[in-house]
Write a protein that binds this ligand. Structure first.
Ligand SMILES: Cc1cc2nc3c(=O)[nH]c(=O)nc-3n(C[C@H](O)[C@H](O)[C@H](O)COP(=O)(O)OP(=O)(O)OC[C@H]3O[C@@H](n4cnc5c(N)ncnc54)[C@H](O)[C@@H]3O)c2cc1C
Length: 416
């Protein structure tokens, strides 16, 4: 904001008696470059935030195919893992002399300012928010596992019988969080099951744990001509793929565009709705894949995933993305056909900014959902139907090679 409006006077209103949320320690590619551009943050500062590079997201146990894979970032770019509390201290230290700081509890309506970004955290009530109809997890149990040095450089995203587990490697610890549905499973079940992760990844859990429930929600009307909500005050969709900071950055861009007169407030709101829908759909592709587990949680999660993908049929940008996300590793693994053709819609570009085509390609194949999702959306059908028919015709041709094929009868039309 300050960079876009250098003349503006910026005030920070902050209540030190309300603790910020101490989770949220993995990023997409967006945050490191944003931090670099705005604060000069870089590898020299990693020690200040226990930072460690993030090369991608390692996924195991999703879909019955039992594949494990790395959703990797395009080389040489990397994202970031960091200690959430220390990053807040770092940002505060870098900016405190450039803003007027007020340490008190305040409501947006009581602030005398031309424009307000409301980042006051989780809403007290959700009367101005909508709940996600699809996301199947609503609780988390986090364990801190200390180590001398990181053992891997990717985030772990491991499907388990009661949900899924993230693993975030920092310089001195690995944060393990088990996401589950507290209406289906108990914290005790989760505490028992997470032991498998400690053993699989050779981690030693400490006494430091944190368990809480959450809503998955977004604001009905995020932008007015005076206030934009952001962060937890605006939205939260569970942390699969760690997209919250990227979403927050898009909300800031939209607020800046509005303030610069580039978009009307209703367009900013429409783009926000599209952003939430895109992130939700990316998350739900994983549940659509299901997992190798056959449990009440997965019955529920898969059904939600299927419903969400069904809704994708009516979204041309999502259909275009799936249609053109060619298999990872194919020549030109960053398929640009739709971009180069000039047919990419604004909605497609927004989706692509969030998760570009190679991310879709890697996950469609890694999760084993490419042809099933194409079938649901009705895209690329001609080629897959053609492939099925080719296989069928070949099977018919092969019949005559079978040992018990009757050659000693008179065929009206003998298969050859
Ligand atoms: C289990 C879990 C894992 C997550 N993992 C990731 C991840 O890997 N990557 C990712 O991008 N996101 C992740 N997130 C989301 C991430 O944690 C949130 O996006 C982030 O914490 C939101 O921060 P915030 O500043 O909006 O809210 P908060 O951290 O809650 O801060 C709100 C602030 O507002 C202040 N405040 C509140 N009310 C007032 C008032 N009346 N007056 C003055 N000040 C006030 C408080 O003092 C506080 O500092 C995760 C979330 C969860 C639950």
């Amino acid at each position: 904001m300050k960079l876009s409006f250098p003349e503006a006077k910026v005030e920070w209103h902050y209540d030190p008696n309300i603790k910020p949320q101490a989770v949220g320690e993995g990023t997409t590619l967006v945050l490191p470059s944003l931090l670099h551009r705005t604060l000069g943050f870089g590898p020299k500062d990693f020690d200040l935030v226990d930072g460690y590079v993030k090369t991608g997201i390692f996924k195991r146990g999703w879909s019955a195919t039992e594949e494990e894979f790395l959703h990797e970032f395009p080389s040489p770019t990397v994202a970031l893992h960091f200690n959430a509390n220390k990053m807040q201290d770092y940002v505060y230290g870098r900016l405190k002399d450039h803003v007027d700081l007020f340490e008190h509890n305040v409501k947006p309506d009581d602030i005398d300012a031309d424009y307000i970004i409301d980042c006051s955290g989780r809403p007290k009530d959700y009367s101005k928010h909508s709940q996600s109809a699809y996301i199947p997890v609503n609780a988390v149990h986090v364990n801190q596992c200390y180590w001398d040095a990181p053992k891997f450089s990717h985030t772990l995203t491991i499907a388990r019988p009661y949900g899924w587990v993230f693993g975030i490697p920092l310089q001195n610890r690995c944060s393990i969080g088990y996401l589950y549905n507290s209406d289906i499973n108990t914290l005790e079940e989760v505490k028992e099951d997470v032991k498998a992760i400690f053993s699989d990844f050779d981690l030693t859990p400490s006494e430091e744990t944190n368990s809480f429930g959450f809503n998955n929600y977004s604001k009905n009307r995020n932008f007015t001509d005076r206030v934009a909500s952001n962060g937890n005050a605006s939205f939260f969709l569970e942390p699969l793929e760690a997209m919250s900071f990227g979403m927050a950055s898009t909300v800031i861009d939209n607020a800046i565009n509005y303030l610069q007169g580039l978009v009307p407030v209703e367009q900013a709101n429409m783009e926000y709705v599209g952003l939430v829908r895109n992130v939700e759909r990316i998350i739900m592709m994983h549940y659509f894949a299901g997992s190798k587990y056959n449990t009440p949680f997965w019955d529920y999660a898969k059904e939600r995933g299927e419903l969400c993908m069904e809704s994708g049929k009516y979204d041309p940008a999502f259909c275009d993305m799936i249609k053109h996300a060619y298999p990872a590793g194919a020549f030109g693994s960053a398929p640009q056909t739709i971009m180069d053709s000039g047919q990419a819609s604004m909605d497609y570009l927004h989706l692509s900014n969030l998760w570009w085509s190679p991310s879709f390609a890697q996950n469609l194949d890694g999760l084993g959902i490419r042809s099933k999702l194409e079938g649901v959306l009705g895209v690329n059908q001609a080629s897959s139907v053609a492939a099925e028919q080719t296989a069928y015709r070949q099977a018919l041709r092969d019949i005559t090679d079978q040992s018990d094929f009757p050659t000693d009868i008179i065929w009206p039309t003998k298969p050859e």
